[in-house]
Write a protein that binds this ligand. Structure first.
Ligand SMILES: C[S@@+](CC[C@H](N)C(=O)[O-])C[C@H]1O[C@@H](n2cnc3c(N)ncnc32)[C@H](O)[C@@H]1O
Length: 912
């Protein structure tokens, strides 16, 4: 059973030898078979010339090349080309061909082979469908080549399959070799029918009877013409494959006949005439053995006219190998009916076809062919994937349940669980905190009792759906409490994170850095309109909105009121940057009041309010200068014409910077004069809207920066390259800039944790290409690769000193050459010595290091036992010193303080 399982799956085939082969770099697991055979018979070490027949992919060649003595001749041949292997000669040829023989002769020249290896398997269909006869023929062919090329006393190693031919082959081997042994190395799978025969000590007879090597004689017991069926000698009855019955009763299983192929079965495809099938005995065996029931002869064709012979039945007859149990049953029924009509007697087997099974040994499940293996492997993988997905789903569900439970017990903050509760408002539904529904929907959805359920119930009782004022207050209070709690928990969470996580601290610091984070949008320096108080991350859009609201007059009273309010706010106008900060502090109290008043209840705006707000928003959207040129929109508004003129002017300005003076006038007229700079955001920028609408000055400054430093982010590079490559136009980029993230929604009253979360994800997704990232990386690497200043200085110093030495040597050499007292030879010698010395850097004088402890502590003068230069060092380690410095710094002490001065040692260790 275990074996069956192993055979069935492809995994079972990937045994330890497969993995070992991979590990050791062998091209096939077959390599281990030769290793083990050689271990037992040791034929490779004493061989100088080897022929490997059917050698691809080359596992045996690799082993031979390793085990045979250096300088050996190793020749491999196969139908398929073999990738080169060191010390081996290979070529592609059929071993049955004369060409192969000739090529072998050419390669071997006058050498004789000490060993001939043969591990061939005929390539019939897939590798698992073995044609035993062809295999035996291949073995005989390899033997033929072996006897031609083997030296006397040589060895022949071949693979044979257990079949009827096996004994005949062994007999032939015994005629030609002194010792013949069949063995199965451990690496050969038990389920495989292969056996290896090691034939030793070739007799090298002067004359070999050609019949020994002729398959017709060697395998003469077989009748190759018996294609469809063989006949039992005694009974003269046809003999069918042993597993034919099982094929019919369990067609889904692949079967194998243990003793090899049925005698005479040479063809894989066998057909039987309809007449033979109907009139013959053993219908079950016939169905299991043949591939097709044919209707070719006149006699067969008359069965086609029978009413039972419908299209389905004909299709079944056309291919018996694909039929299922039911089809076989139909065919047997069909046959039975025809036989009855023909008046043929029913045989016992016809009556009880399944009885056959009892006597028959159901053969073992056959090894799967490659397709089946792939199918089963795919099925297994799919099943595994499904199982994993199920497991993952279950795990997630459990985790969510746990988190929700924790949340209920106030054990966690909403940030911890990533706020998984869906806000229906995002989908056009009512808000999550919509009070009209009497509680947080998340809670309702979870089937929990809302916190203020009691008051709800009371109100229901009191007024049948009417909202009770007290109840309402109570609800608000509870809601505020809840929010307060949430905010508190969020603060705690942030503190905890800040303590634990250095990265978080850095992020926070960056967030607080207003210069980086602020998004000013359309804002212009010195603009009258300012941000509304307290809304820290309010963008340009808000400002434009406010400006518009202030400008436009709406008919409704509400609008007028609102306008007044806004005008007031405008009067309190703030300026950006530091001013805003100061103002924020001033307005803190006011803010608090506003917060108190405008809680989440402001959601309950009337329908009219809502419509008015929406139309205002639409008006503002279309008020954008970009839309000014569009037909249909212009007609509505006279001012638009002006604006569009301005816009045109602006565009012209962009093209031509000369007309600055004219522009100034225009700028004064226009409230907001902006150029839209398609500048990519800094990745690390938490709040940063990637598309900024900047002042001209800033834009120019940015452009200068880009010119000086190049594009510094992957987004910028991507956008720039898409512009340069004309994949996108400037207008496309501007269009891309209008994303939902440009809209600053109403943030008032929204909790901090929500805003923090939004700041991370509410931003445009600017495309980045791989190339851009690669370019940026390359740039950084180039920067990285540049030597630091100190190294460059040291190198320059070295060069300078070398030049100085050379100069000195040159001067000395001149002196030597002018000296008339010494011979030319001596001069040459001296100059040579001088130049050699100049080329080398002078040896550094060694400095002895003396640790200032024990008797050397506080010692003045030379310590005992030291000669030459010495350096007294502090006993403390460098690390320790640095740690102390760090500590001092943390505590605010200066390293130059008296204490640290004592400890400090110049250049790390005090030198003398
Ligand atoms: C099991 S593989 C040999 C594996 C090889 N010993 C190794 O270690 O890598 C069998 C090889 O026999 C080759 N073969 C089959 N019939 C052949 C023929 N008539 N002539 C040459 N090679 C043949 C196939 O191409 C196949 O590569």
């Amino acid at each position: 059973m275990g074996k069956k399982q192993e055979k069935k799956t492809a995994k079972g085939r990937l045994d330890k030898f497969y993995h070992l082969a991979k590990q050791q770099g062998f091209r096939s697991r077959a390599a281990f078979k030769l290793v083990q055979l050689n271990k037992k018979y040791a034929f490779l070490e004493k061989s100088r010339c080897c022929i490997d027949l059917c050698a691809a992919p080359g596992g045996w060649l690799q082993v031979a090349s390793k085990q045979m003595p250096p300088g050996s001749l190793i020749v491999g041949v196969d139908l398929v080309p073999i990738k080169p292997i060191p010390r081996c000669i290979t070529f592609a040829e059929d071993i049955n061909s004369y060409k192969c023989r000739d090529q072998l002769r050419t390669e071997l020249k006058d050498w004789k082979a000490d060993v001939v290896l043969h591990d061939g398997a005929p390539n019939v269909g897939t590798a698992w469908v073995q044609d035993a006869y062809a295999q035996s023929e291949l073995v005989l062919q390899s033997l033929k080549l072996a006897v031609e090329f083997l030296a006397p006393g040589g060895n022949f190693v071949t693979k044979v399959f257990r079949s009827k031919d096996y004994n005949n082959l062994i007999w032939v081997f015994n005629q030609l070799f002194r010792r013949v042994e069949a063995t199965k190395p451990p690496s050969s799978r038990n389920v495989s029918a292969e056996i290896f025969v090691v034939c030793q000590e070739f007799k090298a007879p002067k004359r070999i009877d050609p019949k020994f090597l002729d398959p017709r004689y060697v395998f003469k017991d077989l009748d190759p013409t018996a294609a469809n069926k063989s006949t039992d000698d005694k009974t003269q009855k046809p003999v069918y494959a042993a597993n034919a019955v099982a094929n019919v009763f369990e067609p889904e299983k692949k079967r194998r006949k243990r003793e090899g192929y049925a005698e005479g079965e040479m063809l894989l495809y066998k057909a039987i005439s309809a007449k033979d099938f109907i009139e013959g005995d053993n219908p079950v065996e016939m169905l299991g053995t043949f591939n097709e029931i044919r209707f070719r002869d006149q006699e067969d064709k008359r069965f086609l006219e029978h009413e039972l012979t419908d299209e389905n039945l004909k299709a079944c007859c056309a291919d018996l190998k694909v039929l299922g149990k039911k089809d076989f049953r139909n065919l047997i029924k069909w046959r039975k009916t025809l036989r009855e009509e023909m008046g043929l007697e029913l045989s016992a087997k016809d009556q009880h076809p399944s009885d056959d099974r009892d006597g028959e040994e159901v053969a073992e499940v056959q090894e799967m062919d490659e397709d089946e293996m792939i199918d089963s492997e795919l099925a297994r993988l799919k099943e595994e994937k499904d199982r994993r997905a199920r497991k993952e789903r279950r795990r997630k569900n459990e985790a969510t349940a746990r988190k929700v439970q924790k949340m209920q017990l106030s054990m966690t903050t909403p940030m911890d669980i990533g706020m998984e509760i869906e806000d229906e408002a995002l989908h056009g539904g009512d808000d999550f905190f919509d009070l009209k529904h009497g509680g947080a929907k998340g809670e309702v959805a979870r089937g929990e009792e809302p916190e203020y359920e009691d008051s709800d119930d009371e109100s229901k009782k009191a007024g049948e759906g009417e909202e009770d004022d007290d109840g309402e207050d109570e609800k608000e209070r509870r809601l505020r409490e809840l929010e307060g709690e949430m905010d508190g928990m969020y603060e705690e969470y942030r503190q905890r994170k800040a303590e634990e996580d250095a990265k978080f601290r850095i992020k926070e610091a960056r967030r607080k850095d207003e210069n980086r984070d602020e998004w000013y949008g359309f804002e212009k320096k010195g603009d009258d309109m300012s941000e509304s108080e307290g809304s820290e991350s309010e963008g340009g859009y808000d400002i434009v909105q406010k400006r518009k609201e202030a400008e436009e007059t709406y008919d409704t009273d509400d609008e007028e009121d609102e306008e007044d309010e806004r005008a007031e706010a405008a009067e309190r106008g703030l300026v950006r940057g530091t001013k805003r900060k100061a103002q924020r502090e001033l307005d803190e109290d006011e803010e608090e009041e506003v917060e108190q008043d405008e809680n989440l209840v402001n959601d309950l705006e009337s329908k009219d309010d809502k419509q008015a707000r929406q139309s205002r928003e639409a008006a503002i959207w279309f008020d954008n200068p970009l839309f000014k040129g569009l037909e249909g929109l212009e007609a509505n508004d006279d001012d638009d014409d002006e604006d569009s003129d301005e816009e045109e002017e602006d565009e012209e300005d962009e093209d031509d910077d000369d007309d600055d003076d004219d522009d100034e006038e225009e700028e004064e007229e226009s409230d907001v004069s902006t150029t839209i700079s398609a500048e990519a955001s800094d990745n690390s920028d938490d709040d940063g809207a990637p598309w900024r609408f900047e002042d001209d000055d800033e834009d120019v400054a940015k452009q200068r920066q880009i010119q000086e430093k190049g594009l510094t982010t992957a987004e910028a590079i991507t956008l720039a390259s898409s512009l340069v490559n004309r994949e996108k136009t400037k207008e496309d980029l501007i269009d891309m800039g209008f994303t939902k993230s440009n809209f600053s929604y109403d943030k008032e009253g929204l909790p901090k944790w929500f805003l923090d979360d939004e700041s991370q994800f509410y931003k445009a997704n600017v495309p980045i290409t791989k190339e851009a990232v690669a370019a940026l990386r390359a740039k950084m690497r180039a920067l990285d690769a540049r030597p630091i200043k100190k190294v460059a200085e040291a190198k320059a110093r070295k060069k300078y000193k070398a030049a100085q030495r050379l100069e000195k040597a040159r001067k000395k050499a001149e002196g030597v050459s002018e000296n008339v007292d010494i011979s030319e030879r001596e001069k040459a010698k001296d100059i040579d010595r001088l130049l050699r010395r100049a080329g080398k850097a002078p040896k550094k004088r060694e400095v002895q290091v003396v640790v200032a402890k024990g008797k050397n502590r506080g010692l003045k003068g030379r310590p005992k036992g030291t000669k030459g230069r010495y350096r007294m060092v502090d006993p403390r380690q460098k690390k320790e010193l640095r740690a102390m410095k760090r500590k001092d710094k943390r505590e605010g002490k200066k390293t130059t303080s008296s204490t640290s001065k004592q400890r400090r040692v110049p250049n790390g260790y005090g030198g003398r």
